[in-house]
Design a protein around this ligand. Structure first.
Ligand SMILES: Cc1ncc(COP(=O)(O)O)c(C=O)c1O
Length: 453
């Protein structure tokens, strides 16, 4: 798993004590989104916009052209994206959700359905704000957290076929690669091809949410027989070629701190997107980004498909999953690439979903080791009353350890494993939680909780 790069610039990380963390976490209402960076030792809250820039990206940033219209940076960005995706119309946007809003507004009517392997939460929110209906149809294999099926991010093709044939007005099919909402699992090329064919047959636009296109491509080269001899770049190009367009947050596989893109082939759709872009993001050659952002993205997109980089990243994630397993903590199998999803429900059987099992493990990781991460269980996905009572639990109580790109070393990951081992030795001491404030919208960011012992 040796990283194919070395460290040139370092940033100190805060080392704190348990009693200090107990105090500040209490003051933060036991919500990790209220913690400040100074209180976090290892930050696994998100892999979005948290990566480290390369020397070449920094240099590219210096070449950034800040001309209002027709900046050279835009053409460098466009050439790289065009070469990767093959789409005829490429628009920069400030981040992924802006691409979603623009594309959906230009493409969909209220009441239309969006089908997907699992819509990411901003994608769902943008569709619902337009009055569209969101339907997740992940493959059956995704339901078994312990199976080693290689492509648990796939869409359920039987359900897709049925829905496309049925009377419903399906406006779009959206495939998220890798499937972040579905345990970070990859989507196979076979599944993409079959879904694309069905969409073409029924005249429904087939769109990729391609935030982790390179990571998906890497797992395809490792797990799908027909693509073993392909490079990640070749696989990525083929994947983009199966779709009519894409939305993408470039804060992931662009390895930048800010940026996104939208690509389409249909010229009429492109015109409508361009108008919305210019009204809400910026002129078509910058779309809410600075010239230096565009240049750093162009360079990041060239670096991200390097097989040695992807090999090391996948190995690091697998290593963290193995550290957790050795510590007695199961995670969603097989390990994906951007994150490890811990099975909190299995580790903490004494904490029922109504006491937020996933949140309890995420909190303990912070209290025991200053490690920040995200709950993906009933606090986030459950149905909850205004007074904070859980009505319908989430299907699983998971905790996502998202790994920023090129940031943490093997010893940081070992530290996470050691902290998990410490927690696993004394699980009965881990408390549950109760909601004292349960906002209906964007609950995880705004909730206030207290411990229940
Ligand atoms: C799959 C997926 N789609 C869309 C987004 C939204 O992107 P952004 O945060 O850049 O708006 C994310 C962000 O985490 C994501 O993981």
């Amino acid at each position: 798993m040796m990283e194919p790069y070395r460290i040139k610039v370092v940033e100190p990380i805060p080392i704190t004590t348990r009693s200090y963390r107990e105090r500040v976490y209490g003051e933060a209402w036991y919500n990790q989104f209220n913690l400040t960076a100074d209180d976090v030792t290892i930050d696994l809250l998100s892999d979005s916009g948290t990566g480290a820039l390369s020397a070449e990206q920094q240099a590219a940033g210096m070449r950034g052209d800040e001309t209002y219209a027709g900046a050279r940076s835009f053409f460098r960005f466009r050439d790289v994206v065009e070469d990767l995706t093959g789409y005829s119309h490429i628009f920069p946007v400030h981040q992924g959700r802006a691409a979603e809003r623009i594309l959906f507004t230009a493409l969909l009517k209220p009441g239309q359905i969006s089908l997907g392997n699992t819509h990411f939460d901003t994608t769902r929110a943008n569709l619902e704000l337009l009055g569209c209906v969101v339907r997740d149809i992940p493959c059956q294999e995704a339901k078994n957290l312990d199976s080693d099926d290689p492509f648990k991010g796939d869409i359920d093709l039987v359900a897709l076929k049925k829905a496309l044939k049925g009377p419903d007005d399906v406006g779009i099919v959206l495939m998220t690669i890798t499937n972040n909402g579905g345990g970070g699992q990859p989507v196979s090329m076979a599944n993409l091809k079959a879904a694309s064919k069905l969409c073409r047959k029924h005249g429904v636009p087939f769109i990729l949410d391609a935030a982790r296109f390179a990571e998906n491509a890497w797992l395809v080269t490792q797990r799908e027989e027909a693509f073993r001899d392909h490079t990640p770049l070749e696989v990525a190009r083929l994947a983009f070629g199966l779709a009519d367009g894409c939305v993408a947050s470039l804060k992931k596989d662009g390895i930048v701190h800010m940026g996104g893109m939208l690509g389409v082939n249909d010229p009429e759709l492109a015109k409508r997107c361009e108008l919305l872009l210019m009204a809400t993001e910026g002129f078509r050659t910058y779309g809410g980004l600075s010239g230096r952002d565009l240049d750093m993205i162009a360079q990041g997109l060239l670096e991200v498909t390097d097989p040695e980089y992807l090999r090391a990243r996948a190995a690091a994630t697998e290593y963290l999953a193995e550290c957790a397993r050795q510590a007695g903590v199961d995670s969603v199998r097989p390990a994906g690439i951007h994150a490890v999803y811990l099975n909190a429900g299995r580790l903490l059987p004494h904490i029922p979903p109504s006491r937020f099992t996933g949140h309890a493990l995420a909190s303990e990781l912070y209290l025991a080791g200053g490690i920040r991460c995200a709950e993906l269980g009933s606090l986030y996905l459950g149905e909850i009353t205004e007074s904070g009572e859980l009505i319908t639990p989430a299907p699983f109580e998971l905790v996502r350890l998202a790994i920023p790109r090129r940031v943490y070393t093997k010893s940081h990951l070992e530290y996470v494993g050691e902290t998990l081992a410490e927690i696993a030795k004394n699980v009965e001491k881990v408390p549950g939680y109760r909601l004292v404030e349960a906002p209906a919208i964007l609950r995880p960011f705004r909730a206030r909780l207290e411990q229940v012992r």
